[in-house]
Design a protein around this ligand. Structure first.
Ligand code: ZN
Ligand code: ZN
Length: 369
């Protein structure tokens, strides 16, 4: 293993080492230790071995899928037989409906849609969060939300417009994962005082190590390019504990969108979300004024996916040549959208709630001084 001298870290505190020609040793400016080349090389070997223990899947590379069961194969076949795919010649949206619910207009641009055929079985969701209220109730939720806004164009709440409110199952990738993270840093505590004409500052430095296994029960990422990501995040959270195995009956009377973003594409985002959260959790177990020379190693131990349909009452509104999107969470009734007169308002509604159920097992940390 080739180790670049520039990357030598202090075995005591992880700070960068400098070579001192006068004594022919590597010295640490922080903790004032010095080491022979053999000592440093040995430490660096262990340091890098640790990194390999946490070597992670490459970006976008996923663990192999489990073999498809006979039951799953049959489910996919019947999904293919019982669904119809419509497509919109104007905006390209694709709509899935069950055989009994004919789609007449596009939920997105309101133009007539055409029947395209069957839906490939691989688009069969594994889970579904059923709608918990009907269209009348959705209209009420929408009205009470819109009423609280400063200005609503009349046509926005006209009967004709409300008629376009569509019960839409939006495709989501939901990851379940067990992850491991290790955080190493120098924890610093400082105190200052004045005595006579002198001002003293005392800095104490500690070596900090934290390791944890953290499990995630559901990290969501929207699988549809068409629907605004921010809009979907602003009507979160959804209660995933109420998800049920998918059944065709849930589609009856509703439309469904089909994913056009593969899980490989959302994986880096989901991974980032989990590891960032791990780092925050590990740091929160320490109690220093500052953490410096910090390094974090992360690993995904297990990963599995649900392709889940989430219930959304969706409506678009054409105003001055722009399409405005509105959505009501079909489970909680939470509404969101952008109004023509107040740009950027969506951001105010966008409170990112990471719907993460977390189980953390902390293995100790230790100090060096
Ligand atoms: Zn040191
Ligand atoms: Zn369309």
């Amino acid at each position: 293993m080739a180790i670049d001298a520039k990357q030598f870290h202090c075995p005591n505190c992880y700070a960068d080492l400098k070579f001192d020609p006068a004594v022919q040793r590597f010295t640490c400016e922080y903790c004032r230790s010095s080491f022979s080349e053999a000592e440093v090389t040995d430490f660096m070997r262990r340091y890098m071995e640790q990194e390999q223990q946490y070597s992670d899947l490459e970006e976008g590379q996923l663990p192999p899928e489990p073999e498809m069961s006979e039951e799953e194969r049959r489910d996919r076949e019947s999904f293919n037989e019982e669904t119809q795919l419509y497509s919109c010649p104007s905006c390209g949206a694709e709509i899935i409906s069950d055989g009994n619910t004919a789609a007449a207009f596009c939920y997105y641009c309101h133009n007539p849609v055409i029947l395209k055929g069957r839906v490939d079985g691989r688009y069969r969701p594994s889970m579904v969060l059923p709608f918990e209220f009907d269209k009348d109730m959705a209209v009420q939720h929408f009205h009470s939300w819109a009423k609280s806004k400063w200005f609503i164009p009349k046509d926005l709440i006209s009967a004709a417009q409300i008629d376009k409110l569509t019960g839409l199952y939006v495709p989501f990738w939901v990851a379940r994962s067990s992850t491991s993270s290790r955080m190493e840093a120098i924890g610093e505590n400082r105190r200052s005082w004045t005595s006579g004409n002198y001002r003293y500052t005392e800095t104490k430095r500690y070596r900090v190590v934290r390791e944890a296994t953290i499990n995630y029960e559901g990290v969501p990422a929207d699988g549809s390019q068409k629907i605004d990501d921010l809009l979907m995040e602003s009507i979160e959270p959804f209660d995933y504990t109420r998800a049920r195995p998918f059944n065709m009956a849930y589609l009856s009377g509703f439309y469904a969108d089909k994913y056009d973003v593969e899980k490989e594409q959302v994986f880096p985002r989901i991974k980032q979300r989990m590891f960032t959260n791990n780092g925050t959790m590990l740091d929160s177990t320490t109690n220093y004024m500052a953490l410096t020379a910090r390094r974090q190693l992360d690993r995904i131990d297990t990963l599995s996916w649900d392709y889940m349909m989430l219930p959304v009452w969706f409506m678009t509104f054409d105003y001055k040549g722009k399409l405005w999107e509105y959505a009501v969470n079909g489970q909680s009734g939470k509404a969101a959208g952008e109004l023509p007169v107040s740009k950027g308002k969506l951001a105010a509604f966008c409170i990112l709630i990471a719907s993460l159920i977390i189980l953390a097992v902390f293995l100790g940390g230790y100090f060096l001084t």
